[in-house]
Design a protein around this ligand. Structure first.
Ligand SMILES: Cc1cc2nc3c(=O)[nH]c(=O)nc-3n(C[C@H](O)[C@H](O)[C@H](O)COP(=O)(O)OP(=O)(O)OC[C@H]3O[C@@H](n4cnc5c(N)ncnc54)[C@H](O)[C@@H]3O)c2cc1C
Length: 311
């Protein structure tokens, strides 16, 4: 990830600015404000603003006049109770705003999360940067043989080199055509004065999906946890997972108690169906349960055995 000198100067100026506020702030997140956390080869995620903290969750849950906090252990216990029992609205009292730079194919997965406010860079109005995502060699995997939505072994040797060449050549060629159709140089002047140039809103249509876009994305903590539970999960595609993991670090700094509760009761937890629970009870009673007489289909059985760390 490279930022221009001007972008770095703008971030430094934002970090140096100070405002006086009576609102609660969180020192650990203040230290990360505006900083671009790298993701993929040219992407990043950075916190632009936030509202609330762990205490705001407690305060809303107790509908308090003041800060509403009691002993640290009592507050943590309440937050963990709320998370465990899937209460939503106290967590919705906290909000965070990110600036994200991401490949278009990752943005397509991300935008399916409808509970955020989004404002995307306009490629009708502006010209997209000449930046494409090219996977690192260790991410250049074959199609999984067992999971139609997953990856298998990493490609190696000539095949890997050929795939990377194709990705680079296609992205470069379509970007060159984009620039040619626009007929504009970096200053906005016509490259060829004899041509009018195609409108930006049309010229963009043949760009490859690994071209980077950017957006501001604002969401409340409850829905952010939902997003992270799906996108920081091992089943999520690697390319969106790296963003989710970077965001998880910001949430850790912002609301450490709620984040730990999320890790314990959501991210690291497993939901058992009624049939699965029956199987676990039978196993605990000493019965040697097998899949055919478990009441579970093969896939459910495999998932339960994986969760219980059994072969
Ligand atoms: C591993 C993985 C694979 C996927 N594969 C596919 C795929 O093959 N094809 C595909 O199309 N999508 C796929 N998706 C996207 C998925 O189906 C969801 O669209 C996406 O994860 C957003 O989830 P969400 O709707 O719960 O989130 P959000 O939109 O953030 O909504 C959060 C919650 O708010 C509620 N909500 C929001 N809007 C409404 C509404 N209009 N009506 C009712 N309730 C609402 C729901 O309870 C929802 O769970 C995949 C997602 C993952 C994580």
């Amino acid at each position: 990830m490279r930022l221009t000198e001007q972008q770095e100067a703008e971030i430094a100026a934002a970090q140096a600015a100070r405002s006086t506020t009576a609102r609660p702030t969180v020192a650990a997140l203040e230290a990360m404000l505006f900083q671009a956390l790298p993701a993929l080869d040219h992407g990043f995620v950075r916190v632009i603003d936030y509202m609330g903290d762990d205490a705001a969750i407690v305060q809303a849950a107790r509908v308090s006049y003041g800060r509403g906090t009691r002993r640290v252990s009592e507050d943590a216990g309440l937050i963990r109770y709320l998370m465990r029992h899937r209460h939503s609205t106290p967590f919705e009292m906290c909000e965070i705003k990110y600036h994200v730079k991401l490949p278009i194919f990752v943005a397509r997965q991300w935008i399916r999360h409808r509970t955020a406010n989004v404002n995307e860079y306009s490629a009708r109005y502006s010209i997209l940067d000449r930046e494409f995502y090219l996977p690192a060699p260790e991410q250049l995997a074959a199609q999984s043989a067992v999971n139609r939505q997953g990856r298998g072994d990493v490609l190696t040797g000539d095949e890997a080199a050929h795939v990377l060449d194709l990705l680079r050549e296609d992205a470069t060629r379509t970007y060159d055509h984009y620039a040619e159709m626009l007929n504009e140089d970096a200053t906005g002047a016509a490259r060829d004065p004899a041509r009018q140039g195609l409108a930006r809103e049309l010229a963009r249509m043949n760009l490859t999906l690994n071209t980077y876009t950017q957006w501001y994305w604002k969401i409340d903590l409850y829905n952010l946890f939902h997003f992270l539970s799906l996108r920081a999960d091992a089943h999520a595609q690697y390319e969106i997972r790296v963003y989710a993991e970077a965001m998880l670090r910001t949430v850790e700094a912002w609301v450490p108690v709620a984040c730990q509760a999320f890790r314990d009761y959501r991210l690291g937890a497993v939901t058992l169906s009624a049939q699965m629970l029956t199987v676990v009870r039978r196993m605990l009673a000493g019965e040697a349960v097998q899949q055919p007489d478990s009441g579970l289909n093969r896939r459910e059985w495999a998932e339960l055995m994986a969760a219980l760390d059994r072969p």
